[in-house]
Write a protein that binds this ligand. Structure first.
Ligand SMILES: [Zn+2]
Length: 85
């Protein structure tokens, strides 16, 4: 199913979208709205490397925050020049 009006905010192409939010919460909906299934697939591979590289521990809320930040950066959810306040 291809939605011609949809342009992925990461690759800028009209790729097939995710069928459902890939993670729970409003962040997941945002990803499903903006990111194509291809780019999400790329992130799931990059995610493993980020987790290994930074030795993230999911019991630690700080680790989850760090992973989220990497995810938003990777998917360009905040735009290329976005800075956190
Ligand atoms: Zn994309």
């Amino acid at each position: 199913m291809t939605d011609v009006d949809f342009l992925c905010c990461r690759c800028g192409k009209s790729e097939p979208r995710l069928e459902a939010p890939p993670i729970p919460g409003p962040g997941g909906r945002e990803i499903a709205d903006k990111i194509c299934a291809n780019c999400w697939q790329e992130w799931t591979q990059a995610e493993v490397m980020v987790i290994n590289e930074l030795r993230l521990n999911f019991m630690d809320p700080k680790s989850l925050e760090t992973l989220q930040r990497h995810m938003r950066e990777f998917l360009l959810l905040d735009g290329p020049a976005a800075q956190s306040p």
